[in-house]
Design a protein around this ligand. Sequence first.
Ligand code: ZN
Length: 1003
Amino acid sequence: MLKKILFFLLIALIGNANAQYWQQQVDYRIEVKLDDKTHRLYGEIAFDYLNNSPSTLDSLYIHVWPNAYKNGNSALAEQLEGEGKKLSTIDTAKLGSMSALAFKINGSAVSWSFHPDHEDIVLIKLAQPLAPGKRLTLTTPFIVKIPSGSISRLGHIGQSYQITQWYPKPAVFDHKGWHPIPYLNQGEFYSEYGSFDVSITVPKNYVVGATGELQNSTEASFLDSLAQDTKTRISEIIALPSGNLRDSFPPSASEWKTLRYMQDKVHDFAWFADKRYKVLKGTVKLPESGRNVTTWALFTPANALNWQNAIEYINDGTYYYSKWNGDYPYSAVTAVDGTISAGGGMEYPMITVIGNASSARELEVVIVHEVGHNWFYGILGSNERQHGWMDEGMNTANEMRYVATKYPDNQDLSDMVLGGKLHLNDLDHHDMGDVFYRFLAVLDADQPIETHSADFSSANYGAIMYQKTGLIFQYLRSYLGDELYDQCMHRYYDLYQFKHPYPEDMQRVVEGVSGRKLDWLFGDLIQTTNIIDYKIKKAQRVEPLNTFTVKVKNKGSVAGPIGVSSLDKAGVILETQWTNPTDKRSTLIFKGNPAINEFAIDPNRNIPELNRSNNRVLVNKSLFKKHEPLTLEFMFGDHEANKTNVFWTPMMAFNHSDRTMLGVAVHNFGLPFKPVQYFIAPMFSFGRKTLGGVAEISKTCFPANGVRSIKTGISIKSFGIDDDPNGQRQSFYFAATPYLKINLVSDTRPKGFSNDLTFKWLFRRDIFSNDMSMENGLKVNHTIQSNKKNFSYQGQLEFEGVLGFHDEIFEFENYARVSTTQEFKVKYLDRKKTRNIKFRLYGAYNLAYNPGSSYYNVMGRYSISMFGSAGYQDVFAENYFFNRATVYGAQYTDDMGGFRTGSNNLRMSNYWASTVNATVQLPIQPNMFVAFADFGVYDNGVGVAALYNAGLGINLGDIVGIYFPLVQSVNMGDLYQNYKTSIRLTLRFNPFNLPYKLSTLLK
Ligand SMILES: [Zn+2]
């Protein structure tokens, strides 16, 4: 009863919120002519702008987006540069622009200027402010230089034209104010609704697809005849061999034609023209109104094989989206084949452009997705730049549902990965999003769904904004059930069609219709990176009542509902129950049924849970109730729902002491990554004729609040040490380092910021033929990192302390040290090449220092090295070395003093040292050559000494470095006496950190 009252109350609120709603109206008249020799558009535009807002406007923002392609200064250029595409180096003939602008309002010239930061936005100061309810008419001529289609959405490839975001267009003014936005590749649009009356003049033999209803009957019959011809000759077209006959553009007709398109209730207008297009025409009957909609497919002969059934895809997409959201309101849907570079396809009202697809299925999914944008973008006109999930994510939810409805047994993801060669056989279209999202979340590299488009990393733009949104709305649908979910979506569609809904509007409608509070979805899942993990605790038969009680626990940080099902032996769901979203622990009561074999949380994987290994419990076995069958697989694969997958990979290693090592790694690095990861690689050492190797085990958890993630783990290593004092090869070390790493950044962190606190303990034994040393230690490290476009910073503060004991000589030794490293990286060259200057400051102070008298003391195992640590100084066994023992071995890690000279004159301090290292990436290709200079002061035991050196080197991604010093201070000796020992090699490589490295790349 309470629920019902709440329901009506909310409906009343929806109505109320709607009553105050207003939006601006823009009615366009455009005449444009295509010059296909110079690739230019000559146009005249007039639009009536009706101010429906309660505010008086004293200015207008107009988007002139073709200027985004003008030079290297635009927001588009800046964004593309981050993706490795530079407008400043592109031949100017391939760039675009908008010129000849001469704005008039109500017939009088006005003063206008470009936005100070964005030449693709114009600001017009109105001579006469526009009062509420008043209208003005703006006119201007314009010339568009059409850029190369390889840059972004507007463009031409030869004489194939994609005319999008091409005319002067006012920015949206809504209840939140003006929304002037520069054109971007990653980041979509926001536009006012109105009407279009567009006349397009092109050489007569072009085939044109456009937004709106075509007004010319001769052109309509021309298209019908093309459609008839394509239909009868389709197999002949498919069989055409590649080459001029099929692919080249026929000469343009000398006669012209003018095509007129009209449309009401749309917020954009795009058109596409190609002389080679083949045409297919169809019709689809809408599920609710029964109205017929005409469907068109325009494609080049080269893509005819995949496109032959395109009408079916357009029809089915239009049908299902209408059924699940509401009928399509316009008279036609068109999909055109185009070679655009902004992803697989791009949507415009009533027309979509589709990039090359590798298969008919892939083409179908892209067509359905782009056609689906008619609902989530075209009809529900949200602010895509700010709340991209409202169009891309909602659309992906419908796309996932489409594929699952039409192809319930699909294995799309398995088919995609190496042609299905890996063991990924139970992964379908929905799993693409599921795996991709969980992969990033476990690596801690995800961002909230509600993130500005331009602030998303490109991986998260796809995995989070599209896919995770799709997943969580599938979760909502499985919670509400299809019928109630569809009612919510229909109501949202009815209330906000041809309007500008915001996230709060959608939440209000869905909560109102469903009668449920959905903060766990619109709050936790959309606004934060909080994670979902539910656990089934136990299932107990209650004999007297013939029921089962099932206890479940919410272990994650999202206060969401949990769906639990009873299943029979064949895995068929018998009954499903949901918990109350806010309950941490719940007990569900199921009806007794002899067929029940197990209870499972979310058996159909509708919930994007991070850990699914705690989701099942068998009812009939008393022992190993929660255990899942174990499968061992070669190399790498996926983690299947009700199995424990273990992978094995052959391993080979090499170092000076062990010579060749052969072995096998057993690990669980499958897809998606699991919170618990292990990698165990025992290897046989041919040098020592015994076993060595590595083992790493870690667990990442995501506490509900406070810190972002906590990783606990242990790393175990054992390798040979050459240069035993007795020169024997049997010496080796064994090191175990448990660690705890806390990511202190909150869930709503800014992009590119990290704050980690790490504790590492050391238990190490070095076994020599005549001695054994034991070392126990602790390292505490705090690292803050901030990456901005032109500047990045990393600051570390570290404490390390080690207590050692030598068995043979019965001697204790120890050291304790504090150190700090501050790194600043600044971009100094930003046009044609991106190059950085890096400054590194290092300071270390030994709080305690007692090196004993052992062999290691002579080498300075516990000293502060001016050069960086050699193998024998890697006390915590953190890195891999070809040779751990030789004093003059060329390999160092680029830590401590960081001097880049492999000097045969050891420079170390037992007290303190401080250095500055500067590295400049040289502006030559490829980007691997550097100039460097190092300066340092240290206490050498006699007094304070200073050192410097400088030279040239090669640096590959901070993993490998080779340095050739050219000058050095006199106190470092004669550089050229034995030059080859001055050359220095640095190497920092750790295969277990690969997933982590990957995540920093993705961030
Ligand atoms: Zn999309």
